[in-house]
Design a protein around this ligand. Structure first.
Ligand code: ATP
Length: 230
């Protein structure tokens, strides 16, 4: 697996710099937490990493490849999870995964469903309708869905929103396992607390500029701004 390297990436909408000369390197086997106020540019950055959007200026490389033109070949490497549960409530957990495996042309849907249901701890609930799942269970199924095609890059847009402490802990443990398998994870959150003990790197955006990229604990200013005092 290769790194993703951003070199002086800007994205302009009209007169707004959603991103302004952002440079950073995301390495395989790491989880990077991405924080910033509303409108700071987090989603814009995630969209560029997902090849859903292109920089107005600057370059994104995946190994030797230009990531923006590599999109057609590279998209199968990407998995995406947001706080919306992208699964069907009327189907069971197993039926959901078999459905998506078939839709993506991934081969043995039944075996893939079994494998990923087990990985996310839903084997016992596999044959229950998703409407009867807790929010945490739905999120774990959404994660399983995003992993069916074994993506090397996992982009997570506030995946823990609405989860209670147990749900967050379960998701965090899964993210750490996926990271330890060598995948590259990027996670948007509004709460720095969520990243402690989980993220290897913290990226802070302020009005489109990257103001911090490094260890999670290192920046007291960042901690003051984004720590949630419950
Ligand atoms: N398609 C678009 N057209 C015009 N402006 C946009 C577009 N997408 C983003 N912007 C602007 O770019 C800036 C960054 O937006 P972005 O959605 O990336 O921020 P964010 O950090 O994800 O915010 P939030 O936490 O509210 O989701 C904002 O000023 C936003 O209004």
């Amino acid at each position: 697996m290769k790194s993703i390297r951003l070199q002086s990436v800007s994205r302009v909408f009209g007169r707004t710099f959603a991103l302004h000369r952002v440079s950073l390197e995301l390495e395989p086997g790491t989880l990077t937490g991405l924080v910033g106020d509303n409108g700071a540019g987090k989603t814009t950055l995630l969209n560029i990493l997902a090849t859903l959007d292109k920089p107005s200026d600057g370059e994104v490389h995946f190994g030797r490849h230009d990531w923006t033109t590599f999109a057609q070949k590279g998209r199968h490497k990407i998995g995406w999870v947001s706080h919306d549960s992208l699964v069907y409530g009327e189907l069971t957990g197993r039926e959901n995964l078999e459905f998506f495996a078939t839709m993506y042309g991934l081969g043995d849907g039944a075996a893939l469903a079994d494998r990923w249901l087990e990985r996310v701890g839903l084997t016992r609930a596999a044959d229950r309708r998703v409407n009867a799942y807790s929010r945490g269970m739905k999120q774990r199924l959404t994660l399983a869905r995003a992993l069916l095609h074994e993506p090397a890059i996992l982009l997570l847009d506030e995946p823990m929103t609405g989860l209670d402490q147990d749900g967050r802990r379960e998701m965090s443990e899964l993210f750490m396992q996926l990271r330890d398998e060598g995948r590259l994870l990027v996670l948007i959150t509004h709460s720095l607390d969520m990243l402690e003990g989980l993220a290897d790197r913290l990226a802070v955006l302020r009005r489109g500029k990257l103001t911090h990229f490094g260890p999670v604990e290192a920046d007291e200013d960042v901690a003051d701004t984004y720590k949630v005092h419950a």
